[in-house]
Design a protein around this ligand. Sequence first.
Ligand SMILES: Nc1ncnc2c1ncn2[C@@H]1O[C@H](COP(=O)(O)OP(=O)(O)OP(=O)(O)O)[C@@H](O)[C@H]1O
Length: 661
Amino acid sequence: MELTSIPGVGEKTADALQDLDDPEGALERGDVAALARASGISPGRAARIARGAIRRNYDDAGNITATPPARNIYQEALSLLQERTVTDYASQRLETLYPSAARTRIEDVRERTRTAMERDPSPAVRDALAGVEPLSEPTDLRIRDRCLATRDAETYAKAREAIPEVSVELVEDARTLSELARGYATVVVLDESFAGTDLEGDVRIEPDALDDPSSVVPERTLAFFAQNRDTLQAAARVHRQAGLDAPCDLGALESALSRLDTDGEVRGDEELDRLTDAVNDIDAAVSEAERVANDHLREAIEERDVTIEGTDLLSLVERGAGVDSLLQRELADEYDAAVAAARETLVETLGLRDTKSIARRAFGDEPTYPVEHDESVINRLRTELTAARDRRATEQKHELAADLAGMREDCEQLVERALELDVDLAIARFAADFDCTMPALGGEGFAIEGARSPLLDVPFEAVEPVDYEVTGVTLLSGVNSGGKTSILDLVALVVVLTHMGLPVPAERARVGRVAELQYYAKTQGTLDAGAFESTLREFGELTTSVSEDRPVLVLVDELESITEPGASANIMAGILEALADRDATAVFVSHLASEIRETAATDIAVDGIAAEGIEDGELLVDRSPVKGQLARSTPELIVEKLADEEADEDAAFYQSLLEKF
Ligand SMILES: Nc1ncnc2c1ncn2[C@@H]1O[C@H](COP(=O)(O)OP(=O)(O)OP(=O)(O)O)[C@@H](O)[C@H]1O
């Protein structure tokens, strides 16, 4: 795939993407998290690139939101979904959903949405999802107890490239090889020519080692699983809890992972634990053995009366013999028992097996008081135990790596499915939280029934449902705070969600295909001449851009505020006529609906959000616009109320005011 053919991807970005493991796959999957791992590419940019790739695949002209308020609605829709994700991945992945102009794209997302809406976002699944994140590659793995050796310069270069985790050494002959073996626990020789040579230490002749690096460094396989262990365990839990089809045997994976520590060491092996503890506890065990022996001996000596004949004493003194020889002569049996206790304590405390006889030699038969160990024997014991521990660890690593090696691809799928489930669950929760349905696609304009906006400043439970259908060009009139702006937001939201392929917050909805959503929010106050001119230009361009194959939905909120009322009524009438001529769909909210209708040369439909009356100073409003009915304005309603309520002479004044409406 030519990466530069994706909209928004230049040479530099393409180079950065090319360094990823599988840039095409990441683009195909819309894997924003993977794309964001390319150097210099932020998650926001990664999402734009993924959207660009989708647009190219679907030959899609792009996002239908054509104005800042339309884009805000899209952002709000996205936030409502993103708030319902557990993982960062799903949150970023949702950014690849955009309101598309391509029917095939919308249909593809709708298919996924239907499946997503059937999923059950149970707390147990969400809990498990909290532990899942995209897999990562371990870096800087260095193995220091092994090295590779060769006398061939070419093999040396190949080895450095194939197995960078260990040192590679150039050797000249058997002597230099033996020297090397003294510095490493294991030396793997890559040259056949050394076979048959008598070498000291753990030197292995393995000319094919470079073909299977994990035979030399099982840590390479293990490091990936160790680094991602918690994520993989969580992804397995997600599969169990959600009843998802797993790509591999979850039990086998979980049991293999339970034998691995996050630092890549094998755990749960009794023999390895025994040897590790023995190496760690050796000094403490030696002290304990000495203490046991000396306690024994001290007690024995304390309890004994030693009788010594004068001649013996003399001869002892003459020979310069110390108390040791007295010990040997008088307490030989006790000494033997004390040493036996010391040996037993050392062997027992360290749980020794193969190295028992070495350990026993740590306490000599020659009587001394206090009983002391032979440090050189203990050093030998330490060396033997350490070597046995390392051998066992490496064996175990090979075994575990062999179990896990074949599972890598399945694990990648396992995590991907779990993360994608989070995307589905966010959609399912959004649909459930806002009582959504899948809208029907097609026809002219739009029709919504029982629609409730999640964008209002009131809690969703308090939102009153709205029905509204528009085909063609319509003015929407209504009392102050009747909910006109809220309806434009709601219509924009429903249109955006529909074109994203998502469900909409309504009992029923039908949305005609739109190539552009042109939403203009109310301006704050009159525009100066320059701003007024550029606004007019915008509408000029807009009215000429509408055509049958470029259906445009125009939503405009109180355009009259851009200039003085008379002029703005004329301008709006003109824009509406032009849009009506081109069969566009448009809703213009305005307090000048009646003036505009009078000015316009063609018939313009007017709908109204009507107040049913005033109660305690509050308007009672039916939020669904009434078709074909100009709503009475708030001032008119208040004058009418005063005309009804006031005493005779005042009532006449209010009556005359009312007649002017
Ligand atoms: N469907 C609804 N359910 C509940 N409350 C609503 C609904 N629609 C609007 N409201 C409430 O009415 C308030 C005013 O709504 P909105 O701003 O849409 O009215 P408006 O007709 O555009 O007002 P104005 O004529 O002053 O511009 C909202 O902030 C919201 O609190």
